[in-house]
Write a protein that binds this ligand. Structure first.
Ligand code: AHR
Length: 661
């Protein structure tokens, strides 16, 4: 039995033990929903999303650019490109490096030797290019001619067999650098197309910023984001968007850290760096993974605004990843890092007359982004973090008391780093402490009471990264199985029940390319043309789209249901729309009858029940079967305030009641 099979077997035994021993006798669980006794507010930001450029989430993912290494800035300048000779001769001269343009110094020179025929380059895209029949594609290139006469250029999209599935021509190059653009329609749909550019004439031409975008971007923005992926995120109605990570905030070393100022302004002036996930996971190396920052801080703020989420940027606190180089900026050299935080607040909220507010305006957004939260550090630990966090907190509090500050608590849900962070942070005053837990499904099933003992008056919790991993470590077997999603749903009833303590929560990571991932499981999967939600996605959606404004007690024998008889229940009421929501999770393989009483709530006769379930705890959605685990909805007829339901085996459900009046 391999390790994966063994872990499945252990989990099955666990589920069997959880099963109600009286299941055959069908004893009913009584649940009283005290709708008239709200105990806590549910924050509008309660359920949000965590975005990190991991698994080709940004470049090759949501950022719709189809050309890989468009500006020849990857460490190998021709990575992603190959030369083609189509009855013609030519060369690509060694890369030119122009220090006059420090943020984008490299370009290449193409020399075409033969008048007839053509010579050029092929770009392979990010594991190919997704091309859609009849869609308009927008090509652009920076070019200037050198010696001889390059008369023009042909752009060709190629299918799997190198057949031409879209073509356009450009001419009119001059001796000055200029952007040249052309748009054309694709003739065929292709999952893994490539793009060939062929030069005609004889002579040399310098090229840079070779770009191809589909026209069907989110909100039709040129150079924008993939609409289908953004739509799936928007459908979650997330309360916040955390960005840009994650470990990429920290960098493997400080030079590799995320610096927001290098991600704003004109796209061709943003300084590209290696993506740390390029080399991080031993068995999932991705040498062609870089960050072009076409999706930079302006675009993150804009995305948050578009989908109605509060922006939550996380900034480097003067420390690189402690699992990697663990570089720490000396305390007397921390000022630039703190200034970055202050300038970011100005970039997001400052008047257009300020330096950074002015930049925001010049990028097309004169009105402020209304930034309310800022996170300092990701998964840092020990006194090196606390010392630095303390200075950030002091300065931000003094200058921007209106901003809520999020601090970290290290990389795990318990242990020495975690305890130390909480002890020290209680002496300071962060508004929220970010907790991370990537644990087995059993842990999630057993920890629905995690926050019951947290101080109601203390610092609030941001469950900033969590996911049930069926397998620990870097093994590739971890998947978005139904049991992982179901166990998260069970745990999330505990987050919701404790909304007084837990103000924000986000599953992590958010996105993954099926052909280019480093980390699994992930909430949303995509290939070059399609996108799908994992079962975990539908669990998140179940909670976030049935959020409610206040928690109300859901009790069985006077106690919340936190796993007794494999049942987990939480309930919220929405004072704005008069709805009552009851989430109920059955983690066992037996159906569970439950008798509900709704106190102080007159439900309309027709209620709704949405169910997510699968008989196979190890099943998962795939591109071939993206809706294997998908919510189903039915109507529930409720006569009065008492009713019974049977909670299906291995299911997560939300009951939705509308108040009669
Ligand atoms: O979500 C993937 C990674 O997990 C994040 O980058 C990091 O914060 C955590 O360790």
């Amino acid at each position: 039995m391999n390790k994966y099979k063994l872990s499945q077997a252990v989990l099955l035994i666990f589920l069997f033990l959880l099963a109600n021993p009286f299941a055959d006798g069908q004893p009913s669980t009584d649940v009283i929903i005290q709708a008239g006794k709200p105990v806590a507010e549910v924050q509008p930001v309660m359920w949000g999303v965590f975005f990190e450029d991991i698994n080709f989430a940004a470049d090759g993912g949501i950022y719709a650019e189809l050309v890989k290494n468009r500006s020849f800035e990857f460490s190998l300048p021709l990575m992603g490109w190959r030369q083609v000779r189509k009855d013609g001769n030519g060369r690509v001269l060694p890369t030119f490096y122009s220090p006059a343009r420090p943020s984008n110094p490299r370009y290449v020179t193409i020399v075409v030797d033969a008048e007839s025929g053509s010579f050029g380059l092929v770009n392979e895209g990010f594991r190919g290019m997704g091309i859609k029949k009849d869609l308009r594609y927008d090509f652009s290139i920076m070019a200037r001619t050198g010696s001889g006469k390059i008369s023009g250029m042909k752009i060709e999209l190629l299918g799997q067999n190198d057949e031409i599935i879209g073509t356009a021509q450009l001419s009119g190059f001059t001796g000055e650098w200029m952007k040249h653009s052309v748009s054309f329609k694709a003739l065929k749909t292709e999952q893994k197309a490539t793009m060939r550019i062929l030069f005609s004439g004889r002579g040399s031409v310098d090229i840079d910023m070779v770009s191809l975008f589909p026209s069907d971007t989110w909100k039709g923005r040129p150079g924008g984001l993939r609409r289908d992926i953004v739509q799936l995120i928007a459908d979650l109605q997330p309360g916040f968007l955390r960005f840009p990570g994650g470990c990429i905030v920290e960098g493997r070393d400080l030079a590799n850290r995320y610096q927001w100022k290098k991600t704003v302004g004109p796209v061709d002036e943003r300084t590209m760096i290696m993506n740390r996930w390029n080399v991080e996971i031993r068995n999932r190396q991705a040498p062609d993974y870089f960050q072009t920052f076409g999706l930079g801080f302006f675009e993150y703020f804009q995305l948050a605004e578009d989908i109605g989420a509060e922006p939550l940027p996380i900034l480097n606190c003067g420390m690189s990843c402690q699992f990697n180089a663990a570089e720490v900026v000396p305390m007397n050299e921390l000022d630039p890092y703190i200034q970055d935080a202050l300038d970011l607040i100005e970039f997001a909220n400052g008047p257009v007359t300020t330096k950074w507010g002015g930049l925001r305006a010049s990028m097309g957004h004169p009105s402020p982004f209304n930034l309310k939260y800022i996170g300092i550090g990701n998964e840092q630990w020990e006194e090196q973090y606390i010392e630095r966090y303390r200075v950030f907190e002091k300065v931000i509090r003094e200058k921007h008391p209106e901003i809520k500050i999020v601090s970290g608590s290290g990389p795990s849900a318990s242990g020495a780093y975690f305890d130390y962070a909480w002890t020290e942070l209680k002496k300071l005053s962060p508004d929220l402490i970010d907790e991370h837990y990537y644990m087995p499904p059993e842990w999630f099933l057993q920890n629905a009471e995690r926050y019951d003992s947290y101080d109601r008056k203390g610092i609030k919790v941001f469950a900033g990264e969590y996911a049930a991993h069926g397998k620990e470590g870097t093994a590739s077997e971890s998947r978005n199985t139904w049991i992982s999603a179901l166990s998260e749903a069970a745990f999330m009833t505990g987050l919701e029940r404790n909304a007084e303590v837990v103000h924000m929560a986000s599953y992590a990571p958010l996105l993954a390319h099926v052909d280019a991932w480093q980390w699994r499981p992930d909430l949303i999967w995509f290939d070059n043309l399609n996108v799908m939600g994992s079962p975990n996605y539908y669990v998140q959606k179940m909670f976030s789209t049935h959020r409610g404004t206040h928690v109300v007690p859901a009790l069985s024998n006077g106690k919340p249901l936190t796993g007794k008889d494999s049942l987990y229940v939480s309930s919220t009421i929405d004072r704005k729309n008069g709805k009552l929501y009851v989430k109920i999770v059955n983690s066992s393989r037996s159906a569970k009858p439950a008798r509900f009483t709704l106190e102080e709530f007159n439900p309309a006769r027709e209620a709704g029940i949405e169910t997510l379930r699968s008989d196979d705890p190890f099943s998962y959605n795939s591109m071939a079967n993206p809706k294997l685990i998908f919510p189903s909805a039915r109507t529930l007829i409720v006569e009065g305030r008492r009713f019974s339901i049977t909670v299906e085996p291995l299911s997560a459900n939300v009951l939705v009641f509308q108040a009669k009046n």
